[in-house]
Every structure is written in structure tokens, then in C-alpha cells.
Design a protein around this ligand. Sequence first.
Ligand SMILES: [Zn+2]
Length: 186
Amino acid sequence: MISDWIDISTPIAAGMQHWPGDPDVTVTRFAEIGRGHDYNATSFSMSAHTGTHVDAPLHFIAGARSIDEMPVTQLIGAVRVVLAAGAEKLQLERGERVLIKNGAADGISSSLAAHLAAACPPCLGIDALTMGSADVHQALLGAGVWIIEGLRLEHIEPGRYEMVCLPLRIVGADGAPARALLRRVG
Ligand SMILES: [Zn+2]
């Protein structure tokens, strides 16, 4: 059966792009069939903010909730994919999640963040490595909007979808890598 789910997460690999100052990604086969082991096994090391990942409120707000405290329903359900251009005019329905396509490398403006934070969607995603400045993060995270960064939306048309996005349950962490899937609605 052909799945209608579309993977919108960035593949994790050694040497992949990351935020300046974050550690490099390593992926190491530490046990290997053919090198005396009965099995293959891999370890990896990366920033919680590399590739497709979710920012917890704790990322920019001291003492706020960490990624393991996120209600999973924040990132599962109806979502609208919109173009960055024109997002200021967006009128959100209650509970509607939003993904921003063609986001600038430095994210969204403070005024757009304030507009979106006022509507308080369960989550806001973007296909850039960052949602924006510290002000942008604080406005959204402070309003209870969980942030998804590093999405792959180049093959996704604007429109209405269903999303499943699940960050790893890392205790006390300010973010975590996530697998994200979309399915067209209607
Ligand atoms: Zn992040």
C-alpha cells in the first residue's frame, strides 16, 4: 500500500548543517558485523537544535517547561502550511497549527511573531534553522506556542494537512530532534 504520509524531517548525517557554534554531528558504527561483532550498532552525537527539532519553552525562558513536559497533542493534528510572504494577514482558526514555508534564513520578524503569538496556535514550524531572534522565540514560547525548526517543506504546497511530529523524550532538555510527517486533508 502506498502511504500518503509525507516525511518533512531533515535526514540526520555526519557533517550535516547546523547552527553556528553548535557541535558537529557525529554518527559512528561502534560495533560492526565483519569486525568481530555479532551485530551492527551505531552511536550518534548532536545538538538538540540541529536538523528538524522542537524548541521547548525552556530554550529561551528560565524555569519554563522542558521538552519531556510537552503534551504530545501540541504537535499532532490539523495544520496549515502557509507562505512566509503574506503571513502577516493570516487569520488562524482556534487550535490550528501553522508551518511557514520559504522562511528567511534568519526566521520571521518580531511583528509577525507577535501577530501569531496572539492567536496562540499549539505550534509554529518553519523550514529554516531558526524561527528568529531571541524576541521572536520569547514571544512565541511565552505564549505557549511550541516551535518546530529545520523542517523540509520544498515539496509541500500551501494548504491544509494533518501532522504528526514527535520530539524525543529527553528529560529536562530545552529541545529535541523530531520526526515530522504531513498528510493532505481534502
Ligand atoms: Zn531550536
